[in-house]
Design a protein around this ligand. Sequence first.
Ligand SMILES: NC(=O)CC[C@H](N)C(=O)O
Length: 379
Amino acid sequence: MRNVTLILDDGSRFSGKSFGYEKPVAGEVVFNTAMTGYPESLTDPSYAGQLMTLTFPLVGNYGVPPFTIEPNGLATFMESEKIHAEAIIVSDYSYEYSHWNAVESLADWLKREKIPGITGIDTRELTKVLREHGVMMGKIVFDESDEELIMKNEEFPSYADINYVDRVSCKEIIHYFPDGTSNCSTADSSFLIPHSSLKKVVLVDCGVKTNIIRCLLKRNVEVIRVPWDYDYNGLEFDGLFISNGPGDPDTCDVAVQNIRKAMANEKLPIFGICMGNQLLSKAGGAKIYKLKYGHRSHNQPVRMVGTERCFITSQNHGYAVDNNTLSADWEPLFINMNDGSNEGIKHKKNPWFSAQFHPEAASGPTDTEFLFDEFVKLL
Ligand SMILES: NC(=O)CC[C@H](N)C(=O)O
């Protein structure tokens, strides 16, 4: 096994062994404390540009499910069409795997998708460094020549400067129907497709996870997935959904402008998840800041404001909405019980709300899936 080194921006080095594809990469080093879910997390487009460290020590022991695609074009078991994380960093890669639905090992999958994997890293120590310093950029290098190459290379600008949403969003409009079919078009004429009697939800794709689309379809609505910067205003639809997505929400001003335009219709139901919470908040005038090391796990406790109800949620975000900047028309909907940060907002009069966590789970607890019911009821 080839030696490989992770070098953080502050100069700290961690040595391990390669078990994935061998190529030098750079990205924002983040940690996730979930015990399971590597197939879903690796294919979650919100991890684009990031080197994903897993703190749970044993990784790979349940293999990888098949990458089958449903007739509507969505992957059956994955959250998108490919791995979006730049690399995976683990403590103890399990070369043996066993699971009823596994068809290959994590190592083989990584090699096929040309994604590096490192094992033998003290991921708890690495996480302590990231918790104390905050997340930082890092590089994975295989030998000294790689190191020099990456050091000199200008092609790795800082994480916040890249519009990752533009990289991962769909490039055409796709209609999904609850009967499991879909059709797509690059032209606006796709809206001329004979309209069904179903309620229609425009889904602004900032890097949507497939389980969000599945959760909507399961509730018998037609989903019209549009590119992140597409202006859907003027079209006929019953509700607006704003998806999760990678990177800094400040790179998505076009999407914010479009949401503001949609808000001219005070009766239009709007629901956002994760990046969607941040973009809806920005459209409402609030400000976003970067958390020191983000929330990435399956056990983030959130309280519904005004109640004693607490939910355990799945999360993956590095930015947060500043509660103090919400205008008088808005209020926090959920608050994180660990650090008091914002976990969702709601408008005081209009049917507009959002969650910073992932009610669609995939992976993680499904306790908050009822938020999709609430949204569909409003349509
Ligand atoms: N999962 C997401 O949508 C993440 C949102 C945003 N990119 C963040 O890191 O905060």
